[in-house]
Design a protein around this ligand. Structure first.
Ligand code: HEM
Length: 449
């Protein structure tokens, strides 16, 4: 198995599969960016569950659609698929030491060291950190006046990142600087020209990544031995199974990647949740009634666990628009999945939202129906890998409970006081890449309850 330094070149001979490579250099990137789901549907109808295509820089990919491919790539007990190989070209340049660019023992070591920061005891301490941030941001929201929700929730979650992930005062100049660096790095992930050349965005992104690295490396000795409860300090104090602190490069790599993995995904999820609640006022009332029935005070960690209807809305939103619209892997050897022989070193792409809308697995999949997640119906359990907004197997999202808790807390405070209103004829186009959300950022108007 491989990590980024030991990867063999990709297999480019996919001539035994049907499909279409698309344009020179760009491949099918334009179609993919414009409407990822439409592209998956088109390939599925024309070529069946397995088809070939090219992405930007002629990255050759085998698209594999359906739960059996999700299971084979994500669960993968025999190590037939490498996650580092899958993300080398997209994440490898800017996040080479994150959890999704590491396989096997290296991944296991950091995943194990990370676990305490995501256990219930730790999550409880984050609730206390989240409340004042969300409280301040929600108090500042414009009332009776339309504003772009996406821009607003980005700022809120950047505050969360500064305080809960890095342990900074979210209002400090240092937090602002890091926020800026972080945005600059992520621009490099979506640039069409990811080359380290003068005047190109990618070079600026690499420079910003280096500055962020310096910040973490300088601060590791200051945080070690301190009793901060933020994730960065927890990582600095974490030890591996031999009782050794993690290396500086591991801490930098993982905290930087954690910020990336947490921030955009939750921004997308909350924006889309508000869209669906605005579109379905009866569900807004149900969630609000649940909130009133749970507590009149600020909710505790235990109160949040009781917000079941809110959870179904979260799950149903991620069924339509999982924040990560495609997941990548690369075969480590020749593999047969569902009768298809896939050669070694082939980059494979699976699509959670495609599977989330398959009529074979879901009742009326294009209808917004959160109760499909209730224990009585449990449609998501019909196949272990038909619902994969957080992936599965060894790399399953480590932050999913944090994400849910953060979203519930935000919705608790927002819906308790305000009604979300959309324009009466609102029917936005959705962008799918880099993150799914209404293209216009979701203009909403809040009115007091
Ligand atoms: C709605 C919010 C989120 C969604 C939909 C989401 C989705 C995902 C998915 C699909 C994966 C697996 C990718 C793959 O296997 O290729 C993943 C992995 C990961 N996520 Fe999340 N995520 C969310 C929030 C978060 C948060 C809040 C954090 C941190 C606090 C986080 C940290 C991570 C990390 C570290 C990994 C890599 C885990 C590993 O490789 O072992 N995510 N996430």
């Amino acid at each position: 198995m491989s990590d980024l330094n030991t990867l063999a070149p990709d297999n480019r001979d996919l001539s035994m599969f049907p499909g279409e490579y698309g344009l020179p250099f760009l491949g099918k990137t334009v179609e993919f960016v414009k409407d990822t789901l439409a592209m998956c549907n088109k390939h599925y109808e024309k070529y069946g569950p397995v088809s070939r295509l090219d992405m930007v820089k002629n990255q050759r990919v085998l698209m594999c659609l359906g739960p059996e491919f999700n299971e084979a790539t994500l669960f993968d007990p025999k190590g037939n698929f490498s996650v580092a190989g899958g993300y080398a070209s997209s994440l490898g340049g800017l996040y080479p030491d994150g959890m999704l660019t590491r396989d096997d023992a290296k991944h296991k070591r950091t995943r194990r060291a990370s676990q305490p920061a995501f256990k219930n005891d730790a999550l409880k301490t984050y609730v206390d950190m989240l409340i004042p941030i969300q409280e301040r941001r929600i108090q500042d929201l414009p009332i009776n006046e339309e504003f772009i929700f996406y821009d607003n929730i980005q700022k809120t979650l950047m505050d969360v990142a500064a305080r809960v992930f890095i342990g900074l005062d979210e209002l400090s100049p240092e937090a602002k600087k890091l926020g800026h660096l972080f945005s600059e790095i992520n621009e490099g992930l979506i640039t069409p020209l990811p080359y380290d050349l003068p005047f190109l965005q990618f070079r600026k992104s690499l420079k910003a990544r280096e500055e962020l690295r310096q910040f973490f490396i300088e601060n590791i000795p200051k945080r070690r031995g301190s009793n901060g409860l933020d994730m960065f300090t927890r990582y600095c104090n974490a030890k591996d199974e031999d009782g050794e602190y993690l290396d500086d490069i591991d801490i930098d790599g993982h905290i930087a990647f954690l910020l990336f993995a947490a921030f955009d995904t939750t921004t997308s999820a909350l924006t889309n949740i508000l869209y669906y609640l605005g579109k379905n006022p009866e569900w807004q009332d149900k969630v609000r009634n649940e909130i009133f029935s749970v507590t009149n005070e600020m909710p505790t960690f235990e109160d949040l666990a009781e917000m079941n209807l809110t959870e179904y809305v979260f799950q149903e939103t991620l069924r339509f628009y999982p924040s990560v619209m495609v997941l990548n892997r690369r075969t480590t050897r020749d593999v047969n999945v569902a009768g298809y022989d896939i050669p070694a070193n082939t980059v494979v792409m699976i699509s959670p939202p495609f599977t989330h809308r398959m009529e074979q697995w879901w009742d009326d999949p294009y209808t917004f129906d959160p109760m499909r997640f209730s224990p009585e119906r449990a449609e998501h359990k019909r196949h272990g890998f038909s619902y994969v907004p957080f992936g599965g197997g060894a790399h399953k999202c480590i932050g999913m409970h944090f994400a849910m808790m953060n979203a519930k807390l935000y919705l608790f405070r927002l819906l308790k006081n305000y009604k979300i209103n959309l324009r009466s004829d609102y029917d936005p186009a959705f962008q799918h890449v880099h993150l799914p959300r209404p293209v216009d950022g979701l203009p909403i108007t809040l009115t007091r309850i």
